[in-house]
Write a protein that binds this ligand. Structure first.
Ligand code: NAD
Length: 333
């Protein structure tokens, strides 16, 4: 197979490229990435220059660039990870989120149609569903839940999902979508919760936590996410949405405490700061469709995955020097 992975210099896309190269060495993987502030070529160090891999710097919203690449490579499948992904940045500057996340997706969908690509897989998020109340463990998002995005980021992702499904219905574009919960693992930008807190704790700096820290996220290891996407590419049904969850709900404050504990730092480093505007309270994902149809379930237990992730950041501190646009801008929990 010849697969285009967009956004592969980012966190999950980078993990996916390494996963696919190990799981399917005969596949040709091409990565298209604009290398925004969030792109880091060091993430792809093990793949660059290797057989069956090509990196192309380019914008998914640039129709001429996308079209030329599709004509040259004749892809069998496209997996679209490329996105502006940070909620805080979307609150400060929504425009770029609409351009990349919606128009970029449309540009790729048009190219898929024009070049007869066999599958377009859209990487989406559980944030399209909005949030759930605390204290209602019986409630979880299913694929039938209403789309009620809270942030400009989530609204742009929901728009892209709707567009992809509309292309499937109107043009017969072979679309699948996965909506995953919060990922953690190696290669994540230091503006995001877990790497940011690890960096602060290591340096003995205050760990800034939004509001009361009780916001709950459903944590999924990036490795488990990659396995889910691979399965959906192989056996997922066209036109379908699949939720991907970790089955592991943890309040932000407890994630922060675990990191402090692992690094032997005191909880007195926790510093509560003004809450994010419109901050979602709780996410929880029902992934029974993926489990029942494709036999997937998460394999990495959170305590072990978090320990391994912390160790990876400690052992790879030169890696973050590879970011195109410098360090973190506005990371808080
Ligand atoms: N991180 C999570 O917890 C999470 C959870 C659910 C879904 N997702 C989704 O997974 C995808 C990947 O998220 P991530 O956390 O790896 O993001 P990331 O910010 O780490 O990486 C995004 C990558 O996309 C590239 N990019 C941005 N704009 C581009 C453009 N116009 N053209 C080409 N490349 C561009 C960046 O250079 C970067 O390499 C996103 O679609 C996101 O919505 C993420």
């Amino acid at each position: 197979m010849r697969i285009l992975v967009t956004g592969g210099a980012g966190f999950i896309g980078g993990n996916f490229i390494h996963y696919m190269r190990a799981a399917h060495p005969a596949h040709r993987i091409v990565c298209l990435d604009k290398l925004t502030y969030a792109g880091n070529l060091s993430t792809l160090a093990g793949a660059l220059g290797q057989e069956n891999f090509r990196f192309v710097r380019g914008d998914i919203a640039d129709a001429a660039c996308v079209d030329a690449l599709f004509a040259e490579e004749k892809f069998d499948a496209v997996v679209n990870f490329a996105a502006e992904s940070h909620v805080d940045r979307s609150i400060a500057h929504p425009h770029l989120f609409l351009v990349t996340n919606i128009l970029g997706t449309q540009t790729l969908l048009d190219a898929v149609n024009r070049h007869g690509v066999g599958r377009f897989h859209q990487i989406s998020t559980d944030e399209v569903y909005g949030d759930l109340p605390l204290g209602r463990p019986d409630l979880r998002f299913t694929e039938q839940s209403l789309l009620r995005p809270s942030s400009p980021y989530a609204a742009s992702k929901a728009s892209a999902d709707l567009l992809a499904l509309a292309y499937c219905r109107t043009y017969g574009t072979p679309v699948t979508i996965s909506r995953s919960s919060n990922n953690y693992g190696r290669y994540q930008h230091p503006e995001k919760l877990i790497p940011h807190m690890i960096a602060c704790a290591r340096a003995g700096r205050p760990l800034p936590v939004y509001g009361d820290g009780q916001n709950v996220r459903d944590w999924l290891s990036a490795e488990d996410h990659c396995r889910a996407v691979d399965l959906i590419l192989q056996r997922g049904r066209v036109g379908e949405v699949y939720n991907v969850g970790g089955g592991c709900e943890v309040a932000n404050i407890d994630v922060v405490k675990r990191i402090l504990h692992e690094l032997g730092r005191p909880e007195s480093l926790i510093s509560f700061v003004e809450d994010r505007k419109g901050h979602d309270r709780r996410y929880a994902v029902d992934f029974s469709k993926l489990r029942e149809e494709l036999g997937w379930q998460p394999q990495v237990e959170f305590a072990r995955g978090l320990s391994e992730t912390i160790r990876w950041y400690l052992e790879n501190d030169r890696w973050s020097e590879g970011f195109a646009g410098g360090g973190p801008a506005c990371g808080r929990a």
